[in-house]
Structure formats: structure tokens, C-alpha cells
Design a protein around this ligand. Structure first.
Ligand SMILES: *Cc1c(COP(=O)(O)O)cnc(C)c1O
Length: 460
């Protein structure tokens, strides 16, 4: 079946409110046309992020009631440690409250000023944590990743030629580790093949450099391997995951993605010396090593979520639902980034709104229109988020792509709600000429997309 139906039934419901166009128009004006400042209860379908927005299962909620809130040695920690070890296979398991803390602990311990960290593409918090150490974050994904029309099965792969050139140019002593992000979030949720991972391992082995995974969407990546890579069709997801992680020395994880929880993360590593140093830092900034900034109940929910996320019915539905949205849009001629990745559909705003020049923020304009007309919230990934000022000329340097990301929360929306999203966007595409451009009236010096304010330009 191309688009499997929901492998669950609904036990608890959370009402969502329909708002009027007038109300949304007012909220947009008040928020300066910045959707980060629109209250969530005024959003009908919220596709801002797939992070921490999952619906937990009855089994996870039951586990929450079995929370053992002992300061040290909570039984939930041992359940969690077992779950992580059985999938990832690394010696040490360090809980953190979310992914960026795992990154911070790792990089502040092993990355020094003047070093470089190669990755397929760094996620923004990963990049920020590398740069915070005075090191350089290098994105070495294959070139095809930057072409929105290029359909290849593993568009998240590391460019092994560039990786080897980079190691030779910089020197292995200044590369404390190589990372691979699965799936490649910033490149559209595209998977990395087992073959590419195996070859990356062989390459870094020749130079004695450790390989770590940014494992946030590992189960989705393993599902793509099963579906697309020769030799994996008959293997269980768990088996694929174990092989994949066997090529690494550890991982960082935001369990807010493939942990199917609303808060939580971890770091799992083989290196004893790193772990000793990280544990000391953990106690200083996060908590004792058997809770790491979380309650016992959160650890139990994570332990159970990590098992559920490997279920094939779940993954087939999950990946299928994202693909379903992409398919409906593509068939109707709406320009999207292809192929559709694991967690989101990306609208290609440059092609959607050809009448709005990059200086008038087409992706932001599209996200605003989607909310105003239909109450759907996506997120701009374009000039507002990544545009830079040329320090010499003061002119804006525009990013390659202008996109609106529609990230699908896990197990939250029904396929009917996803159909509503598709039909809304198809209708909006028909009236696209009426969407006005924007002008920015306020910007903060860093991470401006969170607080920027805009005004609408008069319609053409
Ligand atoms: C979300 C994410 C992170 C950071 O995790 P948080 O839980 O948000 O701190 C790191 N890497 C990738 C690929 C992510 O998607």
C-alpha cells in the first residue's frame, strides 16, 4: 500500500479551534507577520516543527505513572539505558533534557578552538555548538542535495571525496570527530545510505578519526534503507539500526524526534575518557548521571518510545503520511522539494511566488498567506532565516533556496487533516498572484527569524 492508514485508534482527543479569517488577520498584524508570535491555540493545523510535538501512546502514558523519582539509580534510568544499548550498542548512556545539551556536552569536551568538524549538513544548534567552541562546522553533503529537482534515493549522503580532501587539507589532528546526521534535517530530511555510512567509516578509520551520528531521526533513516537499499528489504528496522550504529563510536540524540516524547535526549558513547569528562560537566550543568535533567517518568516514556518508533507499521504510516502530502501537492503542480523526505514537505517559494522578488521575502509571504487563509502554520526557511549581510557592501546575500517547511508531528494529525492541508495549499497556489510581498521593519542582530517584524507591501 502506498499510503498506509493510521496504525492506531484515538483514545484521548485535544480539541482544536477554528478561527475566522478576520481573527487571523488581526493576529498577523499584532505579531508583525511573524508566525512564531501567533498563539498556538489560534492555529488549526500546526506544522511548525516535528520536534517535541509527538502524541505519546497509551503504553508511554502508563509508563509515566511508573516514574521512580529517586535522585540516584531510578529504575526508569535502567529501563532507558537498556533500551538505548539494545538499539545503539554503545557502552555509555548519558541522559540529557534535549539534543542540544548532548551536543554541548560532547563538543565542549572534545572540540577545541581552531578545530573543524565535518558533517553532511549541521543542524543549526549543532553548528552553533561547534562554533561556540571556536571551531569550524563544515557541511560536506553530496552536491545533488542542493538541487530541489534532483530525485535520488539517498540525498543526505556524505561527499566522500570532499571529506578526504578536507581531512588532508586540515590535518587529522585538527578534526576531533566526523558526524553524520540521519536523516539530514537541514537538507530536507533526506536519508543517508548504509553503503555511504560504511564507506565513511572505512575512510575515517584510515585516519584514526572517530565517527559520531546525530541520530534524531534514525528510525526514519533506517526505514528508507529498508525501502530503497539493495539487501535490506527483509531485515527488521532494529537489525538495520544495529548495523548502522556499529559503524560509529557514539551518537547525540534529540528524543523529541524519533524518541516519540515531548522532552528528552541523550548522548551514547564508547570512549571512557570522554565519558568521564562529560559526566563531570553533566553534574555541573544538567544533573546526576541517572537522570540528566529529566524526571524518572520522562526516562520511562523515552525507553518505551524508542521501542515503538522501530515498529514497521508505525514507520510505514509515518513516512507514508509525509509522502501522501507531497504527492497530492506534486500532482496538482505545486512546486515542492523532491524527493519528499522523512519528516516534512518543503514548498519551493521561489517557484510558487515568481512575482515576489527575494528582497520581499517570498517564503515568509507564503507562510503568512497559508496562515491567514487556512489557519495552517509552517515555517520559513529562506532569506529571513539564512539571509546574511555582506560586511563590505551592506547588501543582502540570499540563500540558494526559499522554502516553507511543513513538518508533520508524529501520530498527531489524521490523513483527513493532511488532506485539508493539501487542498488548502492547492487552492492557494491557484490564487498565488494575489499574495503580497513583505518588508522587514525590525531585525535582531542574531537568529533574527524568531523576533523579526514585517509589514505587507501593497498588492501589485
Ligand atoms: C532537533 C535537532 C537537534 C537538537 O535537538 P533539540 O532537542 O531541539 O535540542 C539536533 N540535531 C538535529 C538533526 C535535530 O533535528
Amino acid at each position: 500500500m502506498k499510503f498506509p492508514s493510521e496504525p492506531f485508534k484515538i483514545k484521548v482527543v485535544e480539541p482544536i479551534r477554528r478561527t475566522t479569517r478576520e481573527e487571523r488577520e488581526r493576529l498577523l498584524r499584532e505579531s508583525g507577520y511573524n508566525l512564531f508570535h501567533v498563539p498556538a491555540d489560534s492555529v488549526y493545523v500546526d506544522l511548525l516543527t516535528d520536534s517535541g510535538t509527538a502524541a505519546m501512546s497509551d503504553n508511554q502514558w502508563a509508563g509515566m505513572m511508573l516514574g521512580d523519582e529517586s535522585y540516584a539509580g531510578s529504575k526508569n534510568y535502567y529501563h532507558f539505558e537498556d533500551a538505548v544499548r539494545s538499539i545503539f550498542g554503545y557502552k555509555h548512556v548519558i541522559p540529557t533534557h534535549q539534543g542540544r545539551m548532548a551536543e554541548n556536552l560532547l563538543f565542549s569536551t572534545v572540540v577545541k578552538s581552531g578545530m573543524s568538524v565535518p558533517n553532511n549538513i549541521h543542524f543549526d544548534t549543532t553548528r552553533a555548538n561547534v562554533e561556540h567552541q571556536g571551531a569550524q562546522a563544515l557541511d560536506l553533503v553530496i552536491k545533488e542535495a542542493y538541487d530541489p529537482h534532483r530525485e535520488i534515493p539517498f540525498k543526505g549522503n556524505m561527499d566522500l571525496v570532499r571529506l578526504e580532501e578536507t581531512i588532508n587539507r586540515i590535518g587529522r589532528d585538527r578534526i576531533p570527530l566526523v558526524m553524520i546526521t540521519i536523516t539530514n534535517n537541514s537538507g530536507g530530511g533526506q536519508p543517508v545510505s548504509m553503503d555511504n555510512i560504511r564507506k565513511t567509516r572505512a575512510l575515517v578509520n584510515r585516519y584514526g578519526i572517530p565517527l559520531l551520528f546525530d541520530a534524531c531521526r534514525f528510525a526514519e533513516n533506517c526505514f528508507f534503507i529498508k525501502e530503497r537499499e539493495p539487501g535490506y528489504a527483509d531485515k527488521a528496522i532494529l537489525e538495520i539500526a544495529r548495523e548502522l550504529f556499529s559503524y560509529g563510536d557514539g551518537c547525540t540524540m534529540s528524543a523529541k524526534k524519533d524518541g516519540l516524547v515531548n522532552i528528552g535526549g541523550f548522548l551514547s558513547l564508547n570512549n571512557d575518557q570522554w565519558v568521564q569528562d562529560i559526566t563531570n560537566m553533566l553534574i555541573l550543568v544538567e544533573g546526576f548521571p541517572t537522570y540528566g535533567g529529566l524526571a524518572g517518568r520522562d526516562l520511562e516514556a523515552m525507553a518505551r518510545g524508542l521501542k515503538e518508533v522501530l515498529e514497521e507499521d508505525y514507520l510505514a504510516f509515518r513516512i507514508g503520511q509525509v509522502r501522501y502530502l507531497g504527492d497530492l501537492l506534486d500532482k496538482a503542480g505545486v512546486p515542492i522539494l523532491k524527493p519528499v523526505g522523512g519528516h516534512a514537505v518543503y514548498l519551493n517559494a521561489k517557484e510558487f511566488l515568481t512575482h515576489i522578488p527575494p528582497s520581499q521575502f517570498p517564503a515568509q509571504a507564503l507562510a503568512v498567506a497559508l496562515y491567514r487563509e487556512y489557519g495552517i502554520r509552517g515555517v520559513e526557511i529562506g532569506t529571513v532565516m539564512f539571509g546574511k549581510k555582506d560586511p563590505a557592501t551592506g547588501r543582502t546575500i540570499y540563500p540558494e533556496l526559499e522554502m516553507v517547511r511543513l513538518a508533520i508531528p508524529r501520530r498527531v494529525y489524521t490523513n483527513m487533516q493532511i488532506t485539508y492541508v493539501a487542498e488548502s495549499i492547492i487552492e492557494l497556489h491557484r490564487i498565488r498572484e494575489s499574495i503580497p510581498g513583505l518588508t522587514m521593519t525590525y531585525e535582531a542582530p542574531v537568529l533574527r527569524h524568531f523576533t523579526a517584524r514585517f509589514e505587507e507591501l501593497p498588492p501589485r
